[in-house]
Structure formats: structure tokens, C-alpha cells
Write a protein that binds this ligand. Structure first.
Ligand SMILES: [Zn+2]
Length: 130
């Protein structure tokens, strides 16, 4: 069953809300990074232990940042599919993606069967545990 326009609107709203939240978060992060740079330029002298800690924190922040950016990219791509009418169609088999799956993961590009095959074929690298 194809998505009704009400269902499509609902999913689009969910994705836009999430995108706006991500964008706000990214802007806040960018503002914070600038503050960090300014406080460093203000001539604080950190000892080497503090510097190592600061490096570690910025690595974690960068990992979060790239995850957010990736999610934003995926959401933008899904919203573009809503506009061109291909949203809700599996990119692998061309079948319809279940509404339940889209509600759980609005930016999904594959039906559940193709996603399972995809994950078996291209397993994600293990994420480092913190
Ligand atoms: Zn499929």
C-alpha cells in the first residue's frame, strides 16, 4: 500500500523537526568551538596533561559532529526524495518500505528485507566503545 499524503506529511514533519534540531545543535557546537579558540588565544597556559585531555575531548566532539553531519545529510536526502516523489520506495528492490519502518526510521532508504541483506553484505565497522 502506497503512503497516503497524510502519512507522507507526518513523516516529512518528523524529519524536518529532527533536521532543525540537528542544525541548531551544530550551530551551537560551532559557536562553542569559536569560544574555545578565543579562550586559547587569550593566552591561557595549559600544562601538558590538560592539553592531552583537551585533545581527547575534541576527538570525541569531532566524532559527535561527524555523526550529526551524517545524520543531517541522510535527512536532507530523504526530504529531497519526498519532493521528487521517490520517498518510501526501496532503493534496492523498488518495493514499498513499510510505514512502521518509516515511522521508526523516517530516512530509511531500504525495505527491511533489503536492509538485512545490505547489512550482511556491508557490515558496519565496529564503533569504538567509550
Ligand atoms: Zn527492498
Amino acid at each position: 500500500m502506497a503512503l497516503t499524503s497524510a502519512q507522507l506529511n507526518e513523516l516529512e514533519r518528523m524529519m524536518k523537526k529532527r533536521r532543525d534540531a540537528l542544525e541548531a545543535e551544530l550551530h551551537a557546537d560551532a559557536a562553542k568551538s569559536r569560544e574555545d579558540v578565543f579562550s586559547q588565544m587569550a593566552g591561557e597556559v595549559a600544562d601538558s596533561a590538560d592539553e592531552a585531555e583537551a585533545d581527547l575531548i575534541s576527538d570525541v566532539e569531532n566524532a559527535e559532529l561527524s555523526r550529526d553531519l551524517e545524520e543531517l545529510r541522510v535527512l536532507e536526502a530523504a526530504l529531497a526524495r519526498v519532493r521528487d516523489g521517490s520517498y518510501g520506495t526501496c532503493v534496492d528492490c523498488g518495493g514499498e518500505i513499510d510505514l512502521e519502518r518509516l515511522r521508526a526510521e523516517p530516512a530509511a532508504i531500504r525495505c527491511i528485507d533489503c536492509q538485512r541483506i545490505h547489512e550482511k553484505t556491508f557490515p558496519e565497522p565496529p564503533r569504538p566503545k567509550l
